[in-house]
Design a protein around this ligand. Sequence first.
Ligand code: SF4
Length: 1022
Amino acid sequence: MNQTKPAHQKSLQYIGPETPPDEALHSFLNLREEAPLSTFLVVPTSRLARSLRNQLLRQGLAIPEPCITTLPELAEFLIHQYDSNIRILRKQETALLIRKILQEQKDKTLLFQSKSAWGRQSTELQKLFSIFSYRQVQFPEGLGNNRSEKAEDLGLIWKRYSQVLSELGCFDRAGMLLQAASILQKKSDLLKGVVIYGLFEPSSAEQDFIQAIVTQSSHCIVYHPFIQKNSGNGDDGTWLNLPPEPVLEKIKNSQIRENHITVIQHSDTTTEMQAIATACKNLIKSGTNPEQIAVSFPDLSAGMPLLEEVFQDIGVLYSSSTGRPATSSPVVVATLQICSLVSGSYTPEDVHAVLTSPYLNNSFRIGQIDAGTVDRLAHEAGVIQGGNQWKKGLNHFIESQEKQNAPSAAIRRIEQTLSYFEHLHEITRPLETKTPPAEYVRKFREVLEKLGFFDLPPAPDTSIAEQEQEGLDTLLLVLADLARPAPFGDKYTVGPSDFKSLLLQSLAGRKLPVGKHSHGVEILGIRELQGLSFEHLFLGRITEDLIPKRSSPLPWLNDRETAELGTLQKSDLVREERFYFQRACHSAKNITLSYANSDGKGTLIPSVLIAEALSCGASETEPPEIIDSKKEESMAAGRALAAGEIPTGLYNPHSVARRIFIEAEARTGPCTSVFDGTISEESETLPDLKERTGYNHVYSPTALEIYAVCPLRYFFRYLLRLKQPETEDPLGSPARRGEQIHEILFRYLSDIRQNGMVIKKENHMDNLTGLIATAHACAEDVIIDDPVVNVWFEHFTTGKNGTPGILEQFLFSEEEREDDSFIPTLFEYSFGHTQRSGRCDPRSDENPLSLQSPEGHTILLSGSIDRVDCTPEGKAVVLDYKTGSFAKLSDIKKGTALQLPLYMAALRERTGLLPICGAYYAISEKECGPKAILFAPEERDNIRGYHPSGKIEPGEFEMLITSALKHADEMIGKAQEGLFPLSSDLSHCPSYCEFSTICRKDPLRLLESEQFNMIPKAEEKK
Ligand code: SF4
């Protein structure tokens, strides 16, 4: 350490990436002798500030936290010293403000009209505006006269954002620096001595603040990082107006050197992580202090989970500057579920999720009702969503059960369910009303408290208890943050959806600590390595896609616009990243750089920085031999099983034997075991099954169709009520997309019908605008933040590459029949479902429909017909919208497609209309229009507009409707006997079957079946 005092009271010292903070620390200690509480050391990261404070503490010197700090923390400290009422907006407040501005300005812009995109847009605008503020960009003026409409829209929102901040007297993070600078101009005695170390190429707002510090402090030394640009100089700090020390020779030629660097190539990222973990473990075994080992990645949040898994696996203790996302904590997930419950309007799925939450207070639970029963009863009562619908639906269900003389225990269960729901609803109802955010948080906390969320249930061990507590503490911190009186007063209010999105946004940046072993290996990001020093550093995942990053620095703006604005360009980013990389390569004596050739999904290319390191003297070496891990043990167990031996170690031989028996015996040959859905007469579950099937039960045609194709799937879905696994498709499940289309068409067609209008070519544009507006209104119910979803939605509404969107194709199809005598008349006509207020045809009937089968059984049916087109004389066409594939006439004949015939039977029975045709209405990008499948042959000419196909003989039409009832009757009988065998022909399984991994169709089992013929042919299953 250089012990000489600096020559100037105010000076500029050039440093390179390799310069440690020792000299800066020494200068700080010298300066603080005169004024300990008003002398500050400003460093680039909080991690370095903490490390330096700890270093001094170990030497017996306690330094107050604000005295060794970062630039933003110093600005905040000075502002609060000067005026504690000045408000600095938190991240989530900025996001909320931008969102409110989008709402306020939406009609003046083209870019920001769709509410469904505001979540994503506000996050991107927050980033963009932060750069505008830090770089003090004049926008859109900085783009000159040749400005796009997009730039004008962005400019409008940016100007309004700046205006609102100024009206409210608030500051964002960049504004905070400028405000601190202006405070220093007014009050010159706040700073005595300041040492600034290692701030690389500060932005203009940061420069303004640093200049104010330099001007207003009595003593100031700036240790300024300086690397040359490829052409010309980098930031040489002349803007500081300080007398510089001569540029050191070693800085001019700053390169990776003076320490031992090795480079290792791996086949894939898993092996890379195992090698890093093994090397750490070996070092610790050979006596290296774990605190002297660091692991770092260019993208810490992506590398951390991979490494964490391996560290835990082979037993390396570690601590990390990052952590798991707060949204992964079970208590946080359960809390968000409460938001979903209210914003999603109490769907049975959400009620079920809340009820199964382990955080619910026991005293809140009532009776002996379990979540599965509530869920099942809600579905049987036709409850879809809505607080009031539960009351109405379940009351109605009680009445119908009483009429059918159902056992009193069954009726009591429904009553208990209703009373449970009402209890829950009473507690959560206040959340349905919009209020200012702070008030909403108060109500939300009250709800959580009443539900018992603040008393965590006992955990199986202390580490889980600690994790639970950390999750809850983080949640409470976020809520406390949100409860701060909003700077924009009561002007803005939030409802359940807004609040959920606000809470999610606030939680997004929060991390739960992982690996809190203070004496463990340290895992941290590359930028955090600045100024730190270790014995060993492993810098992993040095690949082209991660470092140096070349993605566009500014969202919304292209490279030309970025260049015109004079903000950071890609070349600047690359220079910056190279500096941090070089800096990292000086933070340990022994450095291992590594990269993998594949991440399991695709090929990876080593970063150009690897080649640079090699050209500067780094040597290539072989990876260490991987230490055995639990994963290895599992694989060894698998190998032992395959060789017919019983594995030792991890596995319980009884459990292994049972699994082998299930796979080899119970799931081989004919489907006679319970594992294939055949419930024996002796089974204890059969009486319960009989209660839930049979002729007292109400069936939907869809459920019967599922039984017809695969009884096992029916068993999983309707009796076991197994949930569909979460889809990874950002667009949600195909079923969810189908629901949205149904909703849009229902709303639009009901509206125009109510106004006595029909779709005609002459009104094409008006209708298209109306349909798109309805689609947007429907999307408002669901805040979709994913860009993929937004792109899909845009294609859906407005088409792509100049082709019409699905909605316009639908209009073309409707216009084809504008002269037909069939008029769209009923929409979502339902029977046997509790009326879904505003979501079904007002003529719907809540009572289940009873139809006599040819065998004389009464079959109870419920259902919802998407649409019925009628002539004035009462002839009707039944239409079923399909967004995917649909059945053929041959399926109706086989009895595996029941919807159209049963809907026609229901319509005739309930409305007196005369159904003459059943058609599927394809609604997809590929095709859009109706296809008549089942029709009275004598009406063929009259229904030409519905595109009839196939040949139906006279009399066959009626016969097929009757035989659908016969098929339904047979299936109900089989279900009552406990027969739920899997599909007799696996080639008929729907490609999207949600249970394919738990039945014999699991691809892994099919792999075996090719050798052992485990899947029986249909005729074997008798
Ligand atoms: S994959 Fe096929 S056999 Fe398995 S449950 Fe689904 S439909 Fe039935």
